[in-house]
Design a protein around this ligand. Structure first.
Ligand code: ADP
Length: 387
């Protein structure tokens, strides 16, 4: 009896053991499964976070550079890669290996000592002047240094604007100083006794008058430019017939043309443009005045127009003077740019006429350009919407 009972008990124990073992293994597998799921969810979240972070960094206009604790590049965003004209992956490299820029490497050394760098300006080597503004800070995790973050801002446009403004102020001062010193010089000579000689006094007064007129024209052009550049100019747009307006400008400039025996030729077809009449008259006035000033004595100045396929009217002002060299053509519309400074001054030019033309046409949504063949005259074109 006992052996049977013992065998039965052992069998029951073995079954129980097997049951427990299966249950234990099953629960172990379930735990493993749960852990696996948790890990893959965590991985997914990390990847998602990294993708979001990368998208955020890459959407920034500022260049971003993250270095690890051994000063190797950990991350460089898209703006940084564009700023430094980089294509290959630079992660894992040092600044010197990746960029060969000692100034930047020194800046990173400085960061290691001081903890941060603010407002450092750096000019990039290579063709075309480019400037960067750099801020940097060491990243700490608890008390430990974890890496370095550098933020780069492209300063090139600002620097260029600053330089243009400085040049403009220098040019204006120079332009004002020349006629003013002449006026002052002649007045002093008159006061010193020349006024007692009517013939000399007459000549001097004429020079004073000419230079005062030059100052007036310059100030008038400067005010026009500043008004046009402010963007506050309100255009009174209406349909303007070209031919009668050209005829009016021709009649205003007739005496100047006659002085050089220049023939004025109004070839404008019966076309109308959508424009501000006074501003358009100023454009035609400046271009025709230039054609007379710089054109050939006994030559011809022709104004004509045609309708283009895009519904625009293209107007031209042509002379048969000495023309303009190719390298000067694209600079003609810059403020104070003159091909021949002495000739322009002698003709009473301010160097602002074509710049005013460009602003007025652009304010109308049109385009202006010039073509010329040396020795064969110059032609100025502008487009305006047809009316
Ligand atoms: P300016 O007051 O000196 O005439 P503009 O801005 O009107 O100034 O013109 C700029 C320069 O372009 C002139 O100084 C001149 O050298 C050149 N220029 C303009 N129009 C002509 C032209 N029709 N033929 C030759 N050169 C021209």
């Amino acid at each position: 009896m006992w052996p049977v009972l013992t065998i039965l008990a052992l069998a029951a124990l073995a079954t129980l053991h097997l049951w427990w073992r299966r249950k234990f293994l099953r629960s172990q597998a379930a735990v493993r499964n749960e852990l696996e799921q948790h890990r893959s969810l965590q991985e997914k979240n990390t990847v998602q976070l990294r993708t979001q972070q990368e998208a955020l960094f890459n959407s920034m206009v500022e260049g971003l550079l993250l270095l690890d604790e051994s000063r190797r590049i950990q991350l460089a965003n898209r703006a940084f890669m564009t700023m430094f004209d980089l294509q290959a992956d630079i992660r894992g490299k040092t600044i010197l290996e990746a960029l060969r820029l000692h100034e930047l490497a020194e800046l990173v050394d400085l960061l290691a000592i001081g903890g941060h760098v603010l407002g450092h300006q750096m000019q990039l080597p290579g063709p075309g002047e480019r400037w960067l503004h750099i801020n940097g800070a060491a990243i700490f995790n608890g008390g430990d240094r974890h890496g370095t973050l550098l933020v780069f801002h492209d300063l090139t446009r600002l620097k260029r604007l600053e330089r243009t403004r400085e040049e403009f102020v220098a040019n204006v001062s120079h332009e004002l100083r020349t006629p003013l010193s002449l006026i002052k010089g002649y007045v002093e000579t008159l006061l010193d006794g020349a006024k007692d000689n009517p013939e000399v006094a007459g000549k001097f007064l004429q020079t004073i008058d000419r230079n005062a007129e030059r100052l007036r024209l310059l100030i008038e052009d400067l005010l026009t430019i500043s008004e046009l550049e402010s963007g506050r100019v309100k255009l009174n747009l209406q349909s303007v017939a070209l031919q009668p307006l050209v005829a009016k400008v021709f009649s205003d400039l007739q005496s100047r043309a006659a002085a050089k025996r220049i023939e004025l030729n109004n070839q404008g077809a019966d076309l109308a443009v959508l424009a501000d009449t006074d501003r358009l008259e100023q454009v035609l006035g400046n271009l025709i005045d230039n054609a007379i000033k710089y054109g050939r004595s006994e030559g011809t100045v022709t104004v004509g127009a045609r309708a283009t396929d895009g519904g625009q009217i293209e107007t031209f002002v042509r002379d048969d003077g000495p023309g303009i060299a190719a390298e000067s053509l694209e600079r003609l519309f810059e403020r104070f740019y003159r091909v021949d400074k002495a000739r322009s001054r002698e003709q009473g030019g301010t160097g602002l006429g074509l710049s005013i033309v460009k602003h007025i046409i652009q304010n109308h949504g049109g385009k202006v350009w010039a073509t010329s063949e040396s020795g064969k005259g110059a032609t100025f074109f502008f487009t305006l919407p047809g009316a």
